[in-house]
Design a protein around this ligand. Structure first.
Ligand code: 5GP
Ligand code: MG
Ligand code: MG
Length: 176
Protein backbone atom coordinates (compact mmCIF):
# COMPACT_ATOMS: atom_id res chain seq x y z
CA UNK A 1 0.00 0.00 0.00
CA UNK A 2 1.54 3.35 -1.02
CA UNK A 3 0.82 6.79 0.37
CA UNK A 4 -2.04 7.01 -2.15
CA UNK A 5 -3.80 4.29 -0.16
CA UNK A 6 -5.21 2.71 -3.33
CA UNK A 7 -6.88 5.93 -4.60
CA UNK A 8 -6.37 7.15 -8.17
CA UNK A 9 -4.80 10.60 -8.01
CA UNK A 10 -4.11 12.85 -10.98
CA UNK A 11 -1.11 15.20 -10.71
CA UNK A 12 -2.12 18.86 -11.00
CA UNK A 13 1.23 20.43 -10.01
CA UNK A 14 4.40 18.33 -9.91
CA UNK A 15 7.17 18.55 -7.33
CA UNK A 16 9.34 20.34 -9.90
CA UNK A 17 6.62 22.89 -10.73
CA UNK A 18 6.04 23.61 -7.04
CA UNK A 19 9.76 23.94 -6.31
CA UNK A 20 10.36 26.33 -9.22
CA UNK A 21 7.51 28.64 -8.24
CA UNK A 22 8.45 28.62 -4.55
CA UNK A 23 12.02 29.61 -5.46
CA UNK A 24 10.58 32.63 -7.32
CA UNK A 25 8.32 33.59 -4.41
CA UNK A 26 11.22 33.28 -1.98
CA UNK A 27 13.41 35.55 -4.09
CA UNK A 28 10.68 38.21 -4.30
CA UNK A 29 9.98 38.07 -0.57
CA UNK A 30 13.72 38.27 0.18
CA UNK A 31 14.01 41.42 -1.94
CA UNK A 32 10.82 43.07 -0.62
CA UNK A 33 11.60 42.53 3.08
CA UNK A 34 15.35 43.15 2.93
CA UNK A 35 16.44 45.00 6.07
CA UNK A 36 13.12 44.39 7.86
CA UNK A 37 12.43 41.79 10.54
CA UNK A 38 10.02 39.24 9.08
CA UNK A 39 7.80 36.69 10.80
CA UNK A 40 6.20 33.91 8.78
CA UNK A 41 2.91 32.74 10.26
CA UNK A 42 1.87 29.38 8.85
CA UNK A 43 -1.85 28.61 8.86
CA UNK A 44 -2.20 25.06 10.17
CA UNK A 45 -2.39 22.45 9.14
CA UNK A 46 -2.42 22.72 5.34
CA UNK A 47 0.51 25.13 4.98
CA UNK A 48 3.11 23.09 6.84
CA UNK A 49 4.89 21.69 3.79
CA UNK A 50 4.68 24.92 1.79
CA UNK A 51 6.03 26.90 4.75
CA UNK A 52 8.93 24.49 5.19
CA UNK A 53 9.99 24.94 1.56
CA UNK A 54 9.23 28.68 1.39
CA UNK A 55 11.22 29.44 4.55
CA UNK A 56 14.27 27.79 3.00
CA UNK A 57 13.80 29.86 -0.19
CA UNK A 58 13.90 33.14 1.78
CA UNK A 59 17.40 34.50 2.30
CA UNK A 60 16.65 36.72 5.31
CA UNK A 61 16.74 36.37 9.07
CA UNK A 62 13.18 35.40 10.03
CA UNK A 63 10.97 33.99 12.71
CA UNK A 64 8.31 31.31 12.28
CA UNK A 65 5.06 30.92 14.15
CA UNK A 66 1.82 29.06 13.49
CA UNK A 67 -1.87 29.71 13.86
CA UNK A 68 -4.49 27.00 13.58
CA UNK A 69 -7.90 27.55 12.01
CA UNK A 70 -10.75 25.38 10.95
CA UNK A 71 -13.81 25.92 8.79
CA UNK A 72 -13.94 22.65 6.92
CA UNK A 73 -15.75 19.38 7.52
CA UNK A 74 -14.78 16.81 4.90
CA UNK A 75 -14.69 18.68 1.58
CA UNK A 76 -17.28 21.36 2.47
CA UNK A 77 -16.55 24.69 4.17
CA UNK A 78 -18.89 25.43 7.06
CA UNK A 79 -18.25 29.14 6.45
CA UNK A 80 -17.56 29.72 10.14
CA UNK A 81 -13.87 30.27 10.87
CA UNK A 82 -12.45 29.35 14.28
CA UNK A 83 -8.95 29.67 15.72
CA UNK A 84 -7.98 26.25 17.06
CA UNK A 85 -4.37 27.14 18.03
CA UNK A 86 -3.29 30.72 18.61
CA UNK A 87 0.12 32.31 17.99
CA UNK A 88 2.70 31.51 20.65
CA UNK A 89 3.57 35.18 21.40
CA UNK A 90 2.58 38.81 20.69
CA UNK A 91 3.32 40.27 17.23
CA UNK A 92 3.15 44.00 17.89
CA UNK A 93 5.62 45.90 15.71
CA UNK A 94 6.45 42.86 13.54
CA UNK A 95 6.11 42.44 9.79
CA UNK A 96 3.84 39.41 9.40
CA UNK A 97 3.54 37.25 6.31
CA UNK A 98 0.60 34.86 6.61
CA UNK A 99 1.50 31.64 4.79
CA UNK A 100 -1.58 29.78 3.57
CA UNK A 101 -2.05 26.68 1.44
CA UNK A 102 -5.10 27.83 -0.52
CA UNK A 103 -7.47 30.78 -0.66
CA UNK A 104 -10.84 29.30 -1.57
CA UNK A 105 -13.84 31.39 -0.42
CA UNK A 106 -11.37 33.83 1.17
CA UNK A 107 -13.22 33.73 4.50
CA UNK A 108 -10.29 32.27 6.48
CA UNK A 109 -7.84 34.89 5.27
CA UNK A 110 -10.35 37.72 5.77
CA UNK A 111 -10.89 36.56 9.34
CA UNK A 112 -7.18 36.23 10.07
CA UNK A 113 -6.29 39.60 8.52
CA UNK A 114 -8.88 41.31 10.73
CA UNK A 115 -7.89 39.32 13.81
CA UNK A 116 -4.13 39.92 13.46
CA UNK A 117 -4.62 43.63 12.72
CA UNK A 118 -6.03 44.10 16.25
CA UNK A 119 -2.62 42.97 17.64
CA UNK A 120 -0.79 46.01 16.15
CA UNK A 121 1.76 44.39 13.84
CA UNK A 122 3.90 46.69 11.64
CA UNK A 123 2.27 45.05 8.58
CA UNK A 124 0.35 41.92 7.57
CA UNK A 125 0.42 40.43 4.07
CA UNK A 126 -0.69 37.12 2.59
CA UNK A 127 1.39 34.52 0.75
CA UNK A 128 -0.83 31.76 -0.63
CA UNK A 129 0.42 28.81 -2.64
CA UNK A 130 -2.96 28.42 -4.38
CA UNK A 131 -6.05 30.43 -5.19
CA UNK A 132 -9.39 29.22 -6.56
CA UNK A 133 -10.78 32.45 -8.04
CA UNK A 134 -14.06 30.78 -9.10
CA UNK A 135 -14.99 30.18 -5.44
CA UNK A 136 -14.22 33.60 -3.95
CA UNK A 137 -16.91 34.98 -1.63
CA UNK A 138 -14.76 37.86 -0.44
CA UNK A 139 -11.79 39.52 -2.10
CA UNK A 140 -8.56 39.00 -0.18
CA UNK A 141 -5.35 40.77 -1.19
CA UNK A 142 -2.73 38.07 -1.95
CA UNK A 143 0.65 39.78 -2.10
CA UNK A 144 2.46 36.58 -3.10
CA UNK A 145 0.56 33.88 -4.98
CA UNK A 146 1.87 30.59 -6.30
CA UNK A 147 -0.83 29.42 -8.70
CA UNK A 148 -4.46 30.01 -9.67
CA UNK A 149 -6.23 26.67 -10.03
CA UNK A 150 -9.64 25.52 -11.33
CA UNK A 151 -12.57 24.76 -9.01
CA UNK A 152 -11.56 21.22 -8.03
CA UNK A 153 -10.85 19.79 -4.58
CA UNK A 154 -7.09 19.36 -4.43
CA UNK A 155 -4.95 17.25 -2.12
CA UNK A 156 -1.29 16.67 -1.32
CA UNK A 157 1.66 18.90 -0.48
CA UNK A 158 0.12 19.51 2.95
CA UNK A 159 -3.54 19.59 1.87
CA UNK A 160 -5.82 16.86 3.15
CA UNK A 161 -9.00 15.04 2.37
CA UNK A 162 -10.47 14.22 5.80
CA UNK A 163 -6.98 14.10 7.27
CA UNK A 164 -5.36 11.98 4.58
CA UNK A 165 -2.93 12.66 1.71
CA UNK A 166 -1.00 15.51 3.33
CA UNK A 167 2.27 13.64 2.71
CA UNK A 168 2.03 13.54 -1.09
CA UNK A 169 5.03 15.50 -2.47
CA UNK A 170 2.90 16.88 -5.34
CA UNK A 171 -0.52 18.53 -5.64
CA UNK A 172 -3.24 16.28 -7.02
CA UNK A 173 -6.92 15.62 -7.59
CA UNK A 174 -8.62 12.38 -6.47
CA UNK A 175 -10.31 10.59 -9.36
CA UNK A 176 -13.43 8.50 -8.76
P1 5GP B 1 -11.44 29.44 2.61
O1 5GP B 1 -12.70 28.95 1.97
O2 5GP B 1 -11.69 29.97 3.97
O3 5GP B 1 -10.70 30.41 1.71
O4 5GP B 1 -10.52 28.17 2.73
C1 5GP B 1 -10.12 27.74 3.96
C2 5GP B 1 -9.36 26.46 3.94
O5 5GP B 1 -10.12 25.43 3.34
C3 5GP B 1 -8.05 26.44 3.19
O6 5GP B 1 -7.02 27.04 3.89
C4 5GP B 1 -7.84 24.94 3.07
O7 5GP B 1 -7.28 24.45 4.26
C5 5GP B 1 -9.26 24.43 2.87
N1 5GP B 1 -9.51 24.20 1.43
C6 5GP B 1 -10.08 25.01 0.53
N2 5GP B 1 -10.08 24.45 -0.70
C7 5GP B 1 -9.48 23.25 -0.56
C8 5GP B 1 -9.15 22.18 -1.47
O8 5GP B 1 -9.39 22.20 -2.69
N3 5GP B 1 -8.53 21.10 -0.93
C9 5GP B 1 -8.21 21.00 0.40
N4 5GP B 1 -7.62 19.89 0.80
N5 5GP B 1 -8.50 21.98 1.28
C10 5GP B 1 -9.12 23.09 0.80
MG1 MG C 1 -5.38 26.46 4.94
MG1 MG D 1 -8.35 20.55 5.41
Amino acid sequence: MSRLGGEKVEVLLSEAQLAARIAELGARISADYAGQPLTLVGVLKGSFMFLADLARAIDLPLKVDFIGTTSYQGTKSSGVVRITNDLSRPIDGEHILLVEDIVDTGLTMQYLLENLATRHPASVKVCALLEKPARAKVQVPIAYKGFSIPDEFVIGYGLDWDGRFRNLPFLGVVKP
